[in-house]
Design a protein around this ligand. Structure first.
Ligand code: AP5
Length: 191
């Protein structure tokens, strides 16, 4: 199996590059943000809980997200690998993901960290907010999402660096330029 974590701050291009990775490597996309937004759309209990956190740019509690993901794993038995987008976002989530994969005799092969400065991140999200209707793409919530990223999510970089999994990718440029950088790394992975 080829299991990739696509990592980075809000607006760094995780979703955009995931689409290209899925197209080329036929991976199953597990985006916790998309899954949670779908729960909100369907007015589920989980959606109701998640929306309180998401609207403020805060993280949904670890236990909720971990349980949600664990349930989704076994729905894809013939899968050649996963792309984890927006998960893990905290150290406990990182440890839980390792445990979930190890239970299924597999592991994370690679963590691609998209590196984009705050100015470009904010500009991209504000632009998207003008057309997407995502209620967390407002200047105030973007600020809080970035703070949450640096305080709670960025420490995972060290977690994956010490495990020799993290590769930093320059996240500025066109979508195609960035994907060319990613392909070069993924094609070298032995799995
Ligand atoms: P989530 O949906 O994961 O959002 P995010 O991390 O804030 O990331 P975005 O989707 O905003 O950005 P992205 O990096 O995917 O970039 P994209 O490709 O879309 O999470 C939302 C919320 O859900 C969280 O705040 C939290 O509350 C909750 N949540 C989710 N997962 C959780 C978890 N594991 N634990 C707890 N809570 C969780 O691109 C952004 C924009 O930039 C787009 O408009 C795109 O077109 C544009 N763009 C992309 N690439 C480029 C480029 N190269 N040049 C110019 N523009 C570009």
């Amino acid at each position: 199996m080829l299991n990739i974590v696509i990592f980075g701050a809000p607006g760094s291009g995780k979703g955009t590059q995931s689409e290209k990775l899925i197209e080329k490597y036929h991976l199953t996309h597990l985006s916790t943000g998309d899954i949670l937004r779908n729960e909100i759309k369907n007015n589920t209990e989980l959606g109701e809980l998640a929306s309180k956190y998401m609207a403020k740019g805060q993280l949904v509690p670890d236990s909720v997200v971990i349980e949600m993901l664990d349930k989704l794993f076994d729905q894809h038995p013939d899968n050649v690998g996963y792309i984890f987008d927006g998960f893990p976002r905290t150290l406990p989530q990182g440890e839980a993901l390792d445990a979930m994969l190890s239970k299924r005799d597999t592991k994370i092969n690679l963590v691609l960290s998209l590196e984009v400065d705050d100015e470009h991140l904010t500009e991209r999200l504000i632009n998207r907010g003008e057309v997407s209707g995502r209620n967390d793409d407002t200047p105030e919530t973007i600020k809080s999402r970035l703070q949450v990223y640096y305080n709670q999510t960025a420490p995972l970089k060290e977690y994956y660096t010490t495990r020799d999994k993290l590769v930093k990718i320059d996240g500025l440029g066109t979508v195609e330029e960035i994907f060319a950088r990613i392909e070069k790394i993924v094609d070298k992975i032995d799995y």
